[in-house]
Design a protein around this ligand. Structure first.
Ligand SMILES: [Zn+2]
Length: 164
């Protein structure tokens, strides 16, 4: 490990466990090279381990652990996340994209995936990776998809988690 990397990790480790995904996420949010866009409600970063040529995460600034923590008060935020995601896809008019959330949230902060459908990436290594973006484990949100789930669906999830 380079000296610089070690220092970066130490800087963060006072606040967050350096091995956690959230740690990686927070470092990416702070890293200008990873950050695509930011407004008062969300930050958009490049996925740390992109599974396609274009793979971004729209992350709310409000701490929300996962889909199951959403309430109807988050409806506007979810719609905003979709709008921001769609805006990003419009920069690549020739690419096909899907926007969505993972049904089994493994991370410690809610994030909307914006992913191009080429799945051309050295990080796409396992069947699990593939399934997590192509099967029912990927819950498509509003967007240019055939069966988008409205934002209200995600809010309903917290009352009826067995929907997924
Ligand atoms: Zn995810």
């Amino acid at each position: 490990m380079s000296k610089r990397k070690a220092t970066e990790m130490e800087e963060d480790s006072c606040k967050i466990p350096k091995s956690s995904w959230q740690g990686g996420l927070l470092r990416s949010i702070k890293n200008p090279k990873m950050k695509i866009k930011e407004d008062d409600k969300v930050t958009v970063i490049k996925d740390l381990y992109p599974k396609a040529v274009h793979h971004y995460l729209v992350i709310p600034k409000e701490p929300i652990v996962n889909l199951l923590k959403l309430t109807k008060d988050h409806l506007h935020l979810l719609e905003h996340m979709d709008a921001v995601g769609m805006e990003i896809t419009s920069q690549f008019p020739k690419e096909e994209f899907r926007l969505g959330y993972h049904a089994v949230p493994s991370m410690s902060q809610l994030h909307l995936h914006v992913i191009s459908q080429d799945f051309n990436s050295p990080f796409l290594k396992t069947k699990k990776h593939w399934n997590s973006f192509t099967s029912k484990f990927f819950l498509e949100s509003q967007g240019n998809t055939k069966n988008p789930l409205p934002s209200v669906f995600y809010v309903m999830l917290c009352q009826t988690p067995d929907l997924i």
